[in-house]
Design a protein around this ligand. Structure first.
Ligand SMILES: Cc1cc2nc3c(=O)[nH]c(=O)nc-3n(C[C@H](O)[C@H](O)[C@H](O)COP(=O)(O)OP(=O)(O)OC[C@H]3O[C@@H](n4cnc5c(N)ncnc54)[C@H](O)[C@@H]3O)c2cc1C
Length: 617
């Protein structure tokens, strides 16, 4: 069937209308009054991305107006939590601007909870503030909608376009409308990718119809990485994937319980396992164990060891802290604003949190660069504070000319969360405007042949299905194609069993990783024969492709880093110790789509903020 091709030209194209994308759209308009700014989103910006369901806290707010924290404090915190490895220039840049973002959110109508005694924002913890956040996403999306020249909803971007005459320059993106199947070619002078991190790369703990019950949104399909990797952009810290301690079965957040309500967790016998395990943790990671608060991965490690020793279930003792009506409401609202499924688990399992403790567990791993870990693209830093090694022209530009990123897309700078991702979008938007203005009228040249080839590639899964289904004699298993769901389950199983998923207690090794790569190679070959029965499955097919590329990147980075830097996130059984002498570095990779080769490298860690004496073993 002939598909219509629609061409959309712009100065700045923003791919993904989540928190990074909305920030980028808003700020691009501010600096680029006369520019054509186009936002493209695979769902609908109104309720898309990881914040679609709402949030109950903004996890990154300094409170500089009240002298609560300074950006330097935040850099020290992020550095400690990541066992020494963060891009301090990027973290600092977000910290110094994030408060103004939060103030805008409040101006736009986001209800931020106030402390009745001080009149300040109610703190959940040192960096977090509490919000009534069910409508957080629509409020923020409105600002982006008003700023964009055009918003294209329901377009799944499948590939980025490269310039026909300059090999390392971006030229736009292609994708298809998931409702009517039209093919879209977006030509742009600069592209900002904010397409979000990845769930369902590893086998989830949930089974069967609970498959959508993952911690990171099931529609976060790693496009932030899957789109960038084939352009040859340098990626960093892809091995630094995240595992979260969460309420069991619903993935409800623990932050408000630990930090605001001051609840505590014990093993089944009521023992404070984290404190008990401190000597073992100290022996494993040395001085890093003394960091306050204890790094997230080490707290996970204590829980994992406890469960391995048969001392579970691990319990959060909610019943000890819900002593007032207000606190009880706050506890429920924490879930109802953000992870409704957890409140449903309470109801379904007859758990009254006032009476009964709730189980905690560690999740399967996710790949993302905006939460507590650092996966993503290697990006140029801010001019005034990035060391020379971290700077090649424009803030948040990747190693590809004109290709910028924000939120989960950008690596090396964890703990951005929602407000930080929006802030990073703003920084990328401002820099992209400057890039476009510096270029003047120099529009990219997109080669017709490239577009024709991509169009054939994008719809091939529909063709595979159309032809292949005739070979089915009974049931649904076809001899010559796999479905997106088959491919996804195979990917999750490989990653789980060979690249340190939950069923292996997050353990892997050289031998396991190499075998995992062999199996991923076969899956990549089979992707050529994926079959999609309709446009929805076509979207699933391309989401799978982004996940497979991301998975291979994670596997190669994990193989490259020969140490266990973040016990609790993953373990290299053959290199069980943290090794600062050789591995106090970022990992880097560059993929060549023509040869399918990956070039791995070590990238330097520079300090820009004092106060690191304690670290390094
Ligand atoms: C359960 C949960 C709890 C969280 N809790 C908190 C919290 O309490 N406080 C806090 O501050 N932060 C929290 N976060 C983190 C916060 O949501 C993220 O840091 C932030 O959303 C990341 O922004 P982003 O733009 O990178 O990704 P997203 O906001 O996820 O946006 C990505 C966008 O890209 C779109 N997209 C993806 N692929 C494509 C494609 N191929 N083509 C077109 N569009 C595409 C998606 O539909 C989406 O709209 C939480 C996240 C989750 C999932």
């Amino acid at each position: 069937m002939a598909r219509r091709t629609r061409f959309v030209d712009s100065d700045i194209l923003i791919v993904g209308g989540g928190f990074g994308g909305c920030g980028a759209t808003y700020e691009s308009r501010y600096w680029g009054r006369d520019l054509k700014i186009v936002l493209v989103e695979k769902a609908n910006v109104e309720r898309s991305g990881a914040v679609a369901q709402g949030l109950s806290a903004i996890n990154c707010y300094m409170g500089m107006q009240w002298g609560e924290n300074q950006p330097e404090d935040f850099v020290r915190y992020a550095r400690g939590d990541l066992m020494g490895l963060v891009r301090e220039d990027l973290v600092y840049d977000i910290a110094r601007h994030v408060d103004s973002t939060v103030h805008k959110f409040e101006e736009w109508g986001l209800p931020i909870i106030k402390n009745p005694e001080t009149g300040r924002y109610l703190r959940e913890g040192k960096w977090q503030i509490m919000i009534h956040g069910e409508s957080y996403k629509p409020i923020v999306a409105e600002a982006a909608r008003k700023s964009a020249t055009e918003v294209y909803n329901r377009i799944m971007v499948t590939h980025l376009l490269m310039d026909g005459t300059q090999p390392n320059r971006i030229a736009g993106a292609v994708g298809f409308n998931v409702r009517n199947g039209d093919f879209y070619v977006f030509r742009a002078k600069a592209v900002i990718v904010g397409a979000g991190g990845g769930s369902h790369i590893y086998r989830p703990r949930s089974v069967g119809e609970g498959m959508g019950r993952t911690w990171y949104a099931p529609w976060s399909t790693a496009s932030a990485y899957g789109l960038l990797i084939p352009t040859g952009a340098t990626m960093t810290q892809m091995e630094n994937r995240i595992v979260l301690a969460r309420f069991k079965d619903g993935y409800g957040p623990v932050g408000a319980w630990f930090l605001l309500l001051k609840s505590h967790a014990t093993n089944a016998a009521g023992e404070m396992y984290e404190a008990d395990r401190f000597p073992e943790i100290k022996a494993r990671v040395g001085n890093y164990a003394d960091i306050q608060p204890m790094p997230t991965c080490l707290r996970n490690h204590a829980m994992i060891e406890e469960i391995k020793a048969g001392k579970g279930p691990i319990y959060m003792h909610t019943q000890h802290v819900l002593d007032t009506k207000e606190k009880e409401e706050l506890g429920w609202e924490d879930f109802l604003d953000m992870t409704i499924g957890q409140a449903v688990v309470w109801a379904a399992q007859n758990i009254d949190p006032k009476e009964t403790p709730s189980e905690l567990i560690t999740s399967e791993p996710y790949v993302m660069g905006s939460h507590a870990t650092c996966s993503g693209a290697w990006a140029s830093g801010p001019e005034d504070c990035a060391p020379a090694d971290y700077q090649w022209g424009y803030n948040r530009m990747t190693t590809v000319q004109g290709l910028f990123g924000a939120g989960d897309t950008i690596g090396g700078s964890a703990h951005k969360f929602s407000a930080g991702s929006f802030t990073e979008g703003r920084l990328a938007g401002k820099a992209a405007v400057r890039y476009v203005m510096d270029m003047k009228a120099d529009a990219p040249r997109v080669d017709e042949a490239q577009i024709k080839k991509l169009k054939e590639t994008v719809y091939k899964p529909l063709e595979n299905y159309r032809v292949g289904r005739n070979e089915i004699v009974a049931g649904t298993v076809a001899p010559s194609y796999i479905t997106p769901l088959h491919g996804l389950q195979r990917l999750e199983k490989i990653m789980d069993e060979y690249v340190g998923g939950y069923s292996m207690f997050y353990v892997t090794s050289d031998a396991l990783l190499n075998r995992g790569l062999e199996l991923l190679e076969m899956l990549t070959e089979d992707f050529e024969n994926i079959g999609a029965e309709d446009l929805h499955q076509l979207q699933r097919a391309w989401e799978l492709q982004h996940r497979i590329l991301t998975a291979e990147s994670v596997t190669r980075h994990t193989l490259f880093r020969k140490e266990t830097r973040w016990p609790g996130y993953y373990y290299r059984a053959d290199h069980p110790k943290l090794d600062d002498a050789d591995w106090h570095v970022f990992t880097g990779s560059q993929y060549d789509p023509k040869t399918r080769e990956w070039k791995m490298s070590k990238l330097p860690v520079h300090r820009i903020v004092e106060g690191f004496e304690l670290l390094r073993t």
